[in-house]
Unconditional design. Structure first.
Length: 95
């Protein structure tokens, strides 16, 4: 993990989410197809309560790594937060 991404993850974990967001988005500008970064952006959006955006980033990450359990799980949590229980169960089946 490079230094800037490491710093963003540390900020995310300690909860200054706006600063973590700034770094993630800065990294995304030069790495739009980076699975790890897309997954982290999805997780950040979930923590911010921005569940629709969390789904968008999660879906983009899953296009790169369709069997990524942590992203599938986080996607299901976003669907649940949006009140989509049937879609939540389907998320675990890969639908």
């Amino acid at each position: 993990m490079d230094q800037l991404l490491y710093q963003a993850v540390q900020l995310h974990q300690s909860r200054p989410l706006a600063e973590a967001e700034r770094l993630y988005l800065q990294l995304q500008a030069s790495r739009p197809a980076d699975y790890q970064l897309l997954h982290l952006l999805a997780l950040l959006r979930f923590h911010q309560g921005r569940h629709h955006e969390a789904l968008q980033y999660g879906d983009a990450a899953l296009k790169l790594q369709p069997a990524a359990a942590e992203t599938i799980s986080n996607r299901a949590l976003s669907l649940q937060a949006l009140g989509r229980p049937a879609r939540t169960l389907m998320a675990f089946d890969g639908h």
